[in-house]
Design a binder for this molecule. Structure first.
Ligand SMILES: [Zn+2]
Length: 243
């Protein structure tokens, strides 16, 4: 080997070493979680806070690879290649085949995370969605404003490294469990300053086979850009993926 070829070879080795040192995953030994994030619809800046901020939050340190779509009709083709479905859509999932595929996905033990608009009672012709996958839902919320979130189960992986209480501006969802639906396990509650009413804010839906997490927070920048929300979102995706 001539000197110049040898130097080139050494440089290449060094480059490979440097590149792999920087590509280390957040969860060593585990593959990045494949997530499909579905947004779109009215009342929210989905491109900014879901396609933008949340995708960045989840992809940080290689935790997940996230594909964002604002078109629910694309779920059907993509669902076979993902570990976690993250629904934040404020628009209907209208076709029967996609609805069945979502239930089959969760029945197969896969992860489902339901964020903010996805907890709403939006779709009158699909009651099984709220009853079985959400374990209830929201039909109203306080006017956007400040409130406190309190972690009520600090031992669950979804609330790991989240401060016991945090304050934010958001819509306080009136999340009501459905007595005839899947039971929920509340991990954090939200309480408005002006009322004594307390509502579930972060919760697990005890759907028999799948791993389902509900996150009521998430209207705009005031939630998506704060550390507690970002930690909860990352924890929820990890837990839903079985990591
Ligand atoms: Zn909202």
């Amino acid at each position: 080997m001539t000197n110049s070829i040898f130097r080139t070879f050494l440089t290449l080795l060094l480059l490979i070493a440097v590149t792999s040192a920087h590509a280390g995953p957040a969860n060593p030994g585990k593959k990045a979680i494949r997530v499909l994030l579905v947004g779109g619809g009215s009342s929210h800046d989905f491109d900014k806070w879901y396609k933008g901020a949340d995708v960045e939050t989840l992809q940080k340190d290689g935790l997940a690879t996230v594909e964002y779509t604002s078109d629910p009709t694309t779920i059907l083709a993509k669902i076979k290649d993902i570990d976690v479905l993250l629904l934040a859509n404020n628009q209907p999932i209208a076709d029967d085949a996609t609805r069945k595929a979502i239930f089959a996905f969760v029945d197969a033990g896969k992860g489902l995370v339901l964020a903010h608009p996805a907890l709403w009672y939006n779709w009158k012709d699909w009651p099984e969605y709220n009853q079985k996958l959400v374990g209830g839902g929201s039909k109203g919320h306080d006017k956007y404003g400040p409130f406190d979130v309190t972690i009520t189960n600090k031992k669950h992986p979804v609330t790991k490294n989240v401060p016991e209480t945090f304050h934010l501006d958001d819509e306080l969802y009136y999340q009501i469990p459905d007595e005839s639906g899947s039971p929920i396990e509340v991990l954090a509650t939200a309480k408005a300053a002006t009322s004594d009413k307390v509502f579930p804010s972060i919760f697990i839906v005890k759907y028999p086979k799948g791993r389902v997490v509900g996150i009521a927070l998430g209207h705009d920048a005031a939630s998506h850009t704060i550390a507690p929300y970002q930690t909860i979102l990352r924890n929820a995706i990890s837990w839903a993926a079985g990591h």
